[in-house]
Design a protein around this ligand. Structure first.
Ligand SMILES: CC(C)(COP(=O)(O)OP(=O)(O)OC[C@H]1O[C@@H](n2cnc3c(N)ncnc32)[C@H](O)[C@@H]1OP(=O)(O)O)[C@@H](O)C(=O)NCCC(=O)NCCS
Length: 200
């Protein structure tokens, strides 16, 4: 039986993987879906500190018989304002509330991940005209931050930089100071300490 990372009333969240390739292709192969993006950052050995989850419909199957992936949510990369977060959904499913439902649950899950305890601030950078994305941020508890001048790049703009509207998501119970890069020092995981100790 498949174990999922989290679930909502209508969705499962599963780490994004090759099993989602066809649905990912369907989603990404659409001009509207990629309008606000520059490129897609996937978790690899080099990007070990990012996390991406597929949003799977509990009650709809894809052509291969797996659960239909309607979108994905997750982290992208570090920036000076915190760890960047983002999401993208298949246009066929826009306006259904799945992204909001999935992103809210992703945030709850993220704050419980033992390997991410050093992260205290996630940040969404939105294009000023991307109202749908800003609505998702607000509905998921994002705190409107500053406007970063000329710092949003889109593939369709071919190098032109737009302003970015920031939305912050702070670790619950932690007071994050303005200007923080969203990271704190944490103790090294026990296994790591053990390994070092054994090798000495
Ligand atoms: C942003 C995105 C994920 C939203 O997906 P979605 O399925 O429409 O999301 P939801 O249904 O959960 O909610 C979207 C909210 O935005 C609103 N919205 C959707 N399209 C809108 C538009 N063109 N203008 C204004 N508001 C819009 C919806 O009404 C809803 O808000 P409401 O509940 O207050 O009415 C989707 O548009 C997308 O994949 N866009 C391309 C990728 C992208 O922009 N990623 C974010 C980069 S920062």
């Amino acid at each position: 039986m498949t174990t999922y990372a989290a679930e909502t009333e209508r969705l499962y969240l599963e780490p994004l993987g090759v099993q989602h390739l066809e649905d990912f292709h369907e989603l990404w192969n659409n001009d509207e879906a990629v309008l606000w993006s520059y490129y897609m950052i996937l978790p690899t050995k080099e990007t070990w500190d990012i996390d991406k989850y597929a949003l799977l419909l509990k009650d709809e199957k894809n052509e291969k018989g797996g659960l239909k992936m309607v979108g994905f949510v997750g982290t992208n990369r570090w920036c000076e304002k915190g760890m960047e977060v983002g999401y993208c959904s298949n246009v066929e499913y826009w306006g259904t509330g799945y992204t909001t439902e999935g992103f809210k649950t992703f945030l709850e899950l993220y704050w419980t991940l033992p390997e991410r305890m050093n992260v205290v601030r996630l940040v969404a950078k939105t294009h000023p005209e991307n109202v749908a994305s800003q609505r998702v941020c607000v509905k998921c508890g994002g705190k409107k931050g500053e406007v970063l001048k000329e710092s949003y790049e889109r593939f369709v703009d071919g190098g032109l930089k737009s302003d970015a509207w920031l939305f912050y998501f702070d670790r619950p119970g932690v007071e994050v100071k303005d200007g923080s890069d969203g990271r704190v020092e944490t103790e090294a995981p026990k296994e790591e300490k053990q390994e070092k100790g054994d090798g000495a």
